[in-house]
Write a protein that binds this ligand. Structure first.
Ligand code: MG
Length: 315
């Protein structure tokens, strides 16, 4: 069939022409691994990822070393990576102490993180949502004064492992507080992978009443197979920044054995198929995934990765 139906041609022309991908593998991915990856392997992994054209890479986290044993080498990693021009190396910073460490390590982009449900905030960061927002105020102000790029994360925006459904008003309330601080980018996370496209549209619409769409990013997990459908729904809402993890690295911490982060390769395959530009070379992301898979000793869960590897074997 040479002619596609007119309807899909019309609806697809309104989608963003270019998408920015925030790569989550080195931080969100490796943090959710049981073992600790040596700093030299992390550095190699990050350099392979930056060689693919990814413009934002979440690199590490300046949290208390005992809180996240997988990422105690933040300074070593930041000092060891090749700082490629045009690449934003994003680092998680929970408080002023972490900020001072990040600043000393030459970090130019930071992220603060809270949640849309009280139970999750309590268990994950041991603060109420309001306490976390109050704690971020100084961090965000200091980062902005230093000219850093600032991202905010809202976890469990589409559902909570402790509270179940999360009202849209809660997401909007937290998002507005972060937006008021002057963050550059807000990542709205489906931490347990329960979102469906209708919900993505509802949340996107509510957020866009509060802040420019350019500042909104979506962070989907593929735990139940809905991540790409959710991306498409978000694209239809003009959202053009998505978080993804090379190879799908990082299981879902609340569903042992289940898939977590949307795989960068799967996202790229869909976007490039739809002729949406990303500036990212899928084959090079696969190289990075292959490298870290060797370090971790198991295959990536990404479907596009597996299909590419299978095609390479059979040809
Ligand atoms: Mg994640």
């Amino acid at each position: 069939m040479s002619d596609r139906p007119k309807l899909s041609a019309v609806s697809l022309t309104t989608l963003p022409q270019r998408v920015k991908i925030c790569e989550m593998g080195p931080r969100d991915g490796l943090q959710n691994e049981r073992g600790v990856v040596p700093a030299a392997d992390k550095i190699r992994y990050i350099d392979l990822l930056s060689a693919s054209g990814l413009s934002v890479i979440e690199t590490t986290s300046f949290v208390r070393p005992d809180a996240v044993p997988q990422l105690t080498d933040a300074e070593v990693v930041m000092a060891g990576i090749e700082r490629r021009e045009g690449v934003t190396y994003l680092c998680l910073v929970p408080n002023m102490r972490g900020f001072a460490r990040a600043q000393a390590a030459g970090v130019r982009a930071i992220a603060v993180f809270t949640a849309a449900s009280e139970s999750f905030a309590k268990r994950n960061i041991n603060m109420t949502i309001d306490e976390s927002i109050a704690a971020f105020r100084d961090v965000v102000a200091a980062a902005r004064a230093d000219g850093m790029w600032v991202r905010g994360y809202i976890s469990v925006a589409f559902g909570c492992p402790y509270e179940g459904s999360v009202p849209v008003e809660n997401v909007v309330r937290v998002a507005s507080a972060l937006a008021e601080m002057g963050i550059d980018d807000l990542s709205v996370g489906d931490t347990i992978g329960v979102a469906t496209p209708d919900q993505v549209i509802e949340v996107s619409e509510a957020l866009q009443a509060q802040m420019p769409v350019e500042r909104i990013a979506m962070h989907f997990h593929d735990t139940r197979g809905t991540a790409l459908a959710n991306v498409l729904a978000a694209l239809q809402m003009n959202i053009a920044t998505f978080d993804a993890s090379a190879g799908g690295l990082g299981g879902c911490p609340y569903a042992p054995g289940a898939t977590g982060n949307l795989a960068t390769e799967d996202l790229l395959y869909m976007l490039h198929g739809m002729r949406i530009e990303t500036g990212v070379d899928l084959a090079r992301v696969r190289d990075a995934s292959r490298f870290i898979a060797g370090v971790l000793g198991r295959d990536p869960v990404s479907r596009a990765y597996r299909a590419l590897e299978a095609a390479a074997v059979s040809s």
